[in-house]
Design a protein around this ligand. Structure first.
Ligand code: G6P
Length: 619
């Protein structure tokens, strides 16, 4: 859940590391630190509590020289966020420094063993145990640095992406991973190391994705070394580096004139949805071609059941997919929180299809869930955004959403693309099985082509939504209601509000309101009702009347031209008419904007809300 970055080469490392940390700040931002070996061979570590800017301020008058270094931005797991617990950590003799993303589960046992050998610990972290263990192995087994890292990692239970510096070897940067992501960038006479490619993209497009239990040794200057890049497993099996080309541009990582990444990403959705459908939805030929499905048709057609597993916003996309897959493909669907699924001894059969949904492709619980399903012989299909991430690499097949980097911690454009990909999949299976009529299939395919333009029409109401937001900034609680395809949208709207404005919000199926939440309704309680004109519309209208009868204040998301709800609701936001299964792609947009504007009104840090991280690579 933290971000790590490293550099070895001919340039000054510090500015590259700091820029890299800013790009990785979405992964965690409660403390940050940097370690550098300067020209005199000194190993300097600087750390600060808070965001990367605090570290910069602290290091401003320090010696930041050196062409080799590692840096870290933290999201605390072991030990409270403070300077002592911030990374990098020194070893006992201060010869080594380490940064780590992940969790060492058996750290207590390892620590006790090292304490018995006289090692002392300054921090409460599991990471410090690892650097001590490496130094202990170096000294007691007379191992070189690479061997010491390998031997130490053989004793570790848990997840890690680490980078290690040794001041006795200022020409060497060592890193390793298991469970947490790690990418190496290959430049001219220089190497970069990072949790993802965003800190690397402006220097090179040549990358190597390090695999689980691999140790990479990077040497500089390259010309002086026979094998400047060496990859082995932790058991010392030699590997051949596979260089890939990055599909990421620098402009995708900038705010492009918007005050926040989240707003930029909300406004990008007409284009990102078109990108997700490009080459897949062919409106002229009335056809959807999803290669991940075409190549594995039989697995889907023979599936007795589909299990969808995901976390957070991706789980909400999975719930919407349940409605679509059951309606069009008539295959029973179960939607599981990955964190529950992986631990509850689920019954998984060989003819099950498991669909994992993950923007980052790195969420630890989802990764573990598909590992479990794979071990039982299920077919794994993933819907991911980050190309080459761990989840798609572990899957049998899948579909990338292609929305570009999503940087705002609250997911927006990834969600709509996930829903689009899953709807396309449901339609493909249904058509192949003959469980959807040709007429309905064609109608939905044509309508998919219209969605980007229709989202633009919703976005035109941004100003009006910003006005509504002002009215509700005072609220302590919100309820969001929806039914059918829009019940998960209500939950997603509530999650967006919680995440970035810290207002408590509950998403509920509208009809369930009378079994509990109705007791909460009063003048003080804003109720957002997602009520497009389809499905159980009349029933939702009755629910709105029940709220109004108890003096609740209703914000309704309705279909353009709605005259019924707009008369009873206090505030209405219109979305264009569309097929019922596609309504979530339109109704969620005002909810994203509402959460955004309320958070801005409250002065919250929209892109980096407290306690959250974009990519949760720990359990
Ligand atoms: C975190 C993020 C959420 C995201 C969830 C699942 O909680 O803050 O925005 O929905 O993880 O992440 P994934 O990358 O697997 O979709």
């Amino acid at each position: 859940m933290c971000g790590i970055v490293g550099y070895i080469g001919k340039r000054k490392a510090y500015p590259i590391l700091i820029k890299g940390l800013h790009r990785l700040e979405y992964r965690g931002y409660d403390s940050a630190g940097v370690a550098l070996i300067n020209e005199q061979g000194q190993l300097n570590i600087y750390k600060a509590k808070g965001k990367v800017a605090e570290l910069e301020a602290y290091a401003a008058d320090k010696d930041t020289g050196g062409t080799i270094g590692i840096a870290h931005t933290r999201w605390a797991t072991h030990g409270e966020p403070n300077t002592v617990n911030a990374h990098p950590h020194y070893s006992e003799s201060e010869r080594l420094a380490i940064i780590h993303n992940g969790i060492i589960e058996n750290y207590a046992v390892l620590k006790a063993g090292l304490q018995a050998e006289g090692y002392t610990f300054k921090s409460d972290t599991d990471t410090e145990v690892l650097v001590q263990l490496i130094e202990y192995t170096q000294l007691n087994r007379q191992a070189d640095l690479k061997t010491a890292v390998q031997l130490a990692l053989q004793q570790v239970v848990g997840a890690y992406a680490i980078a290690v510096l040794d001041k006795e070897h200022p020409d060497t940067l060592i890193a390793a991973r298991k469970g947490s992501p790690l990418v190496v960038g290959i430049g001219e006479d220089e190497y970069f190391l990072a949790s993802d490619a965003t800190p690397i993209v402006e220097y090179t497009d040549k990358v190597i994705y390090i695999e689980d239990e691999e140790v990479v040794v990077l040497k500089s200057p390259i010309a002086n070394h026979q094998s400047p890049i060496d990859i082995t497993t932790i058991n010392n099996v030699q590997k051949t580096p596979e260089i890939k080309r990055l599909e990421l541009s620098l402009s995708q990582l900038e705010k492009g004139g918007y005050p926040h990444f989240m707003l930029k990403e909300i406004f990008e959705q007409p284009r990102t949805l078109a990108d997700s459908m490009r080459g897949r939805v062919n409106v002229r030929q009335d056809n959807i071609a999803l290669s991940g499905f075409i190549d594995n048709k039989d697995r889907f057609l023979n599936a007795k059941r589909i299990i969808i597993t995901a976390c957070g916003t991706s789980w909400h996309a999975g719930l919407i997919a349940m409605y679509a897959i059951e309606e069009f493909a008539q295959i029973p669907v179960e939607v599981e929180y990955s964190s529950e699924f992986r631990y509850r001894k689920p019954v998984i059969n060989k003819d099950d299809v498991v669909i994992a949904i993950s923007q980052s492709g790195e969420t630890a619980d989802t990764l573990a869930a598909i590992q479990l399903a794979k071990s039982k012989g299920a077919f794994i299909f993933s819907i991911c955004n980050v190309v080459g991430a761990s989840i798609p690499r572990l899957s049998d097949s899948g579909c990338y959403t292609h929305v570009g980097p999503e940087i705002g911690v609250a997911s927006t454009k990834a969600f709509t693309a996930q829903v689009t990909a899953l709807t396309m999949l449901a339609l493909c299976i249904g058509r192949e099985k003959g469980t959807i009529s040709e007429e309905q299939y064609l109608r939905i395919v044509r309508e998919l082509g219209q969605i980007p333009t229709k989202i633009e029409r919703v976005l035109e109401q941004d100003r009006q939504i910003a006005q509504f937001a002002k009215i509700f900034t005072y609220a302590q609680n919100f309820i969001y209601l929806g039914r059918g395809y829009n019940y998960p949208v209500a939950m997603e709207g509530a999650l967006k509000l919680k995440e970035i404005s810290y207002i408590h919000a509950e998403g509920y199926p509208a009809a369930e309101m009378k079994h509990g939440p109705i007791a909460l309704i009063s003048q003080e309680m804003p109720v957002v009702v997602v009520a497009p004109h389809c499905g159980t519309y009349e029933k939702v209208v009755s629910n709105i009347q029940e709220i109004k009868a108890r003096k609740g204040r209703v914000v309704a998301i309705v279909t353009e031209g709605d005259r019924v709800v707009s008369r009873i609701a206090d505030y209405t936001i219109e979305v264009p008419d569309t097929e019922e299964c596609l309504t979530p792609l339109l109704t969620v947009i005002p909810l994203q904007l509402l959460a955004y504007h309320i958070a801005v009104e409250k002065g919250c840090d929209v892109d980096q809300p407290r306690n959250l991280a974009k990519s949760v690579t720990v359990e």
